[in-house]
Design a protein around this ligand. Structure first.
Ligand SMILES: NC(=O)c1ccc[n+]([C@@H]2O[C@H](COP(=O)([O-])OP(=O)(O)OC[C@H]3O[C@@H](n4cnc5c(N)ncnc54)[C@H](OP(=O)(O)O)[C@@H]3O)[C@@H](O)[C@H]2O)c1
Length: 338
């Protein structure tokens, strides 16, 4: 048994109750591996957990996304060896295919302990291999944002060459969705709040960009850019405040990936008439399965896709990293070096 550094959420939760501490690290059981975490990344939901919007047990170790190196393997483990670079899975119980919501009950970073720590002993379902040639920081961006985008664009969306994909804003999910959609041969329209971020979106491969602050009717702008047809797929991360424009932007029979509420979730309404009239297909996403993650890793290697990392903070500066995320200045992922 060894001791390792970790960050803990003390209740009542809040950034000033995000405290350093230590945890016991056990040797792996037969189907477990011991991982030395080298990096983690922040997601919108981690922010809700550390600020107490989502309930958490006292002492919870936050952060769903971790990457590192296997340092010990259990006696019955196959598929992992000491020295392997690995990345955590968001739903350790979801291997493939259909899963009941009730089974998705042990996500790291809440309700289960996450990866704001130096070492973790977990069953093998908690990790997959990382993409070859990725740094640990790059791998740590994949668990939540990467797999969610993969699920929306590839597993559910089955985006085909020549289709149009609309992505909203420049957070982790949207930038991965842009990259996966371009790799699938799609035309990508992207929105953001500033000229500088729009320029960066174009550098990343966006074919068309729209400033949603200057153009509140951005749905109509998407129709104009697509000759009146609309986008075949909308990667909807904004929530009830952006959904009405997303529905305007969608093509008849189009697919809307219902993912998040980055623009706020203080209202909860569904514009019925346009969904019905356009025969839209709304498919919600809750990250994805281990199979999705493995398929995504393979595609990342085949296409040479690199994640967009905005900034890195050391583990002990985790509260500062969350403060920074809250400013909305980031473009892509904020990572934590461990
Ligand atoms: N269902 C799931 O499985 C799942 C998984 C991951 C994330 N999510 C959810 O998806 C959302 C995005 O997650 P994330 O990790 O990518 O967040 P993030 O990295 O924190 O990015 C949030 C981004 O949202 C954009 N945004 C805010 N208001 C907007 C608006 N009115 N219109 C368009 N864009 C807007 C901003 O982009 P600009 O600065 O460019 O304007 C901001 O950078 C969150 O609500 C999160 O909880 C859900």
């Amino acid at each position: 048994m060894k001791r390792a550094r970790a960050m803990h959420i003390r209740q009542p939760a809040g950034l000033d109750h995000l405290e350093p501490g230590e945890v016991d690290v056990g040797s792996p059981g037969p189907d477990e591996i011991l991982v030395r975490l080298h990096a983690a990344s922040l997601n919108f939901r981690d922010d809700l957990v550390v600020r107490g919007v989502f309930p958490a047990k006292d002492g919870l170790i936050p952060l769903s996304d971790g990457a590192g190196e296997v340092v010990e393997v259990g006696s019955a483990v196959s598929g992992f060896a000491v020295g392997d670079a690995v990345v955590s899975t968001f739903h350790p119980n979801w291997r493939d295919g259909h899963v009941e919501r009730a089974e998705l009950n042990n996500s790291p970073g809440g309700p289960a302990d996450g990866y704001a720590c130096e070492f973790a002993t977990r069953s093998v379902s908690h990790f997959t291999r990382a993409p070859a040639g990725y740094t640990h920081a790059e791998s740590a961006t994949l668990t939540c944002a990467g797999v969610t985008a993969w699920r929306a664009v590839v597993t559910d969306g089955q985006v085909r060459p020549g289709e149009t994909v609309l992505v909203l804003g420049t957070g982790g999910v949207s930038l991965f969705a842009l990259q996966f959609a371009k790799a699938a041969g799609a035309t990508v329209i992207a929105t953001s709040s500033s000229r500088e971020k729009l320029d960066r979106l174009q550098e990343l491969g966006a074919d068309h960009v729209i400033n949603y602050r200057e153009n509140p009717n951005w749905g109509a702008a998407v129709l104009e850019l697509t000759g009146g047809l609309g986008a075949d797929h909308v990667i909807e991360v904004g929530g009830p405040h952006t959904l009405p424009q997303s529905l305007v932007a969608a093509r008849t029979g189009g697919h809307i990936a219902i993912i998040g509420a980055a623009a706020g979730f203080d209202i909860d309404t569904m514009p019925f008439a346009i969904v019905q009239a356009k025969r839209l297909r709304l498919q919600a996403v809750t990250v994805g399965s281990r199979r999705d993650q493995l398929d995504m890793v393979r595609a990342i290697e085949a296409h040479g896709i690199r994640p967009v990392i905005d900034r890195s903070f050391p583990l002990e500066k985790l509260p500062d990293a969350f403060d920074y995320l809250k400013t909305g200045q980031h473009f892509g992922k904020v990572v934590i070096a461990i």
